[in-house]
Design a protein around this ligand. Sequence first.
Ligand SMILES: Cc1cc2nc3c(=O)[nH]c(=O)nc-3n(C[C@H](O)[C@H](O)[C@H](O)COP(=O)(O)O)c2cc1C
Ligand code: SF4
Ligand code: FES
Length: 607
Amino acid sequence: MDLRALLEGPSEVEQAAVDDLLGPPESGWEGGHFTGLDGHVAYGGHAARERRNLLLPALHAVQDAAGSVSKGALGYISKRLTVPPAEAYGVATFYALINTVSRAPTLLHVCDDIVCAVYGADELKRSLERELGPPGATGPGISWAPSPCLGQCERAPAALIHTAGSGYRNVAPAEAASLTSLAFDELPTGLIHQDRDELRLLHRIGAVDPESLDAYRSTGGYSGLEKAIAMGRDGLIGDLDVSGLRGRGGAAFPIGIKWRGVADAGGDVKYVIANGDESEPGTFKDRILMEGDPFAVIEAMTIAGFATGATRGFAYVRGEYPVAERRLMNAIDQARDAGLLGPDVAGAGFAFEIEVRRGAGAYICGEETALFASIEGQRGEPRQKPPFPTEKGVFGKPTSVNNIETLVAVLAVLQMGSAEFAAIGTERSTGPKLFCISGDVARPGLYEVPFGTTLRQLMTLAGGVRDGASVGAVLVGGAAGSFVDGNSLDIELTFEGAAAAQTGLGSGAVIVFDDSTDFGPVLRRIAQFFRDESCGQCVPCRIGTVRQEEALARLAANSPLGDVAEERQRLDDLARVMTDASICGLGQTAASAVQSAFRLGLPGAAL
Ligand SMILES: Cc1cc2nc3c(=O)[nH]c(=O)nc-3n(C[C@H](O)[C@H](O)[C@H](O)COP(=O)(O)O)c2cc1C
Ligand code: SF4
Ligand code: FES
């Protein structure tokens, strides 16, 4: 890009959006220049570091108002935040949802990921192509573009609509006619197919008004915070140790150890982060929790603040989840009005505030250190660990990052007692667990079961394979997970049981494919996903994910480089290098599903 274009200045709409967020500029802005004392803008330095974290919110503000971020707007944001223009450009272009070229006022993001493919995403794309022309963000009215998983897999196929001036809306199941006429209803929060009385994590979903603090409190809400305060910091963290609660975001780290690490870290400034980035294909549990029980997320974050001594929290919400974002913001406002956030939470003598931050279409930003970078206004690139977040997290301060489900499970521990929580499941995997079941099952959806439930039992809860077909394979743990076949349905769904079956629970995604599935296209879509989502920072992942996808495409086209055996060997070598030498979990798991499909000899996989 010609960076001189950044001097063109923003449109009126764009400037108003930035000024709404940042306040009016201290000096004037005319014809591409500040007209302050000397009209001079010094980029970098202390002021830039202070305000840099507002970069992504400012980009969102412009895009929400104008549909895209023009070069002039980018230049204006750079000057207002004193962020060097090239860096602002680097950040804006990092995120899939930020358009830096002028685009159609309405853009349809149409999921063509592995679950939506089972539910006719290809046909939907063909219809849109007939009506709206080829994919691409530009055009006069409505245009469309393919998207990775939108976190609506239980009601596939899914779409996300962005309209300049009115923001994002989810549509699922999506049909070409309703998409092109922009006629669709508000989606309900996810359907719960189980008896709510037996549920510990999902009991309010769909039954209690998610926009009312009174409704939340009348169903036991905020009794957890009360108990936590009565126990005191040490008592609470000790209780979490007894519960055996381990993180539900993929790494299964014990929460008691994490919270104690932050509580014991020195310094006055500490942070709590709720990780609602949830972009693993096949995963939608955190969306349902944030949309359906937002006060629970806010209460649990407040408890985390109390336990760790953090005074500020961020709820980082996937950009594709507008309802979750809105409901969390409403919950924060109501909690603040009721004195449950602020300088003296619940009159208990501690301060805690929460801010919602919106992601912008980058799977990697769910990785905790990339998430810090995203909040700080940098490109979402993971950092080396150590130092661990408990020592040096967001803004270089001790930080506790937890998955949304983990936080809600803290409330379950407080509600039922740590011993009772620990008695559910197995010794190493305690408590209730959420699984997102999608694909070829009769009742796709979110299910809460005790750890140790078998895959077969879980699938039975979801009505079994749809249309009476048999299982072809089940992808456990999402795109970063591994396939198991019909012979492994009795594996116990625990951290240790999944590891013994050469898979991992990951984010709790369980995607079922029936026995008519050709796994070739499924593997290629998974490989494309990792190729597109790699942050590009380290060579094994940046190059490996591209080469993996290319090799699979050549095998599918029956034109291997050398012969099939050579190509397979190349894929095995790539897998080893990515797994062993990548900086973060994305590269380390980018070959898992492909390799597991080869091991099992799934149809279409082992050409
Ligand atoms: C590529 C990648 C993506 C991730 N995405 C998420 C995510 O969307 N949500 C999440 O909670 N954890 C995600 N994680 C795991 C986080 O880094 C971190 O372990 C987790 O948020 C900690 O919370 P927990 O201890 O409650 O599980 C991801 C990890 C990797 C490597
Ligand atoms: S493994 Fe991939 S996503 Fe992770 S840091 Fe390296 S390039 Fe980025
Ligand atoms: S919404 Fe399409 S695969 Fe998840």
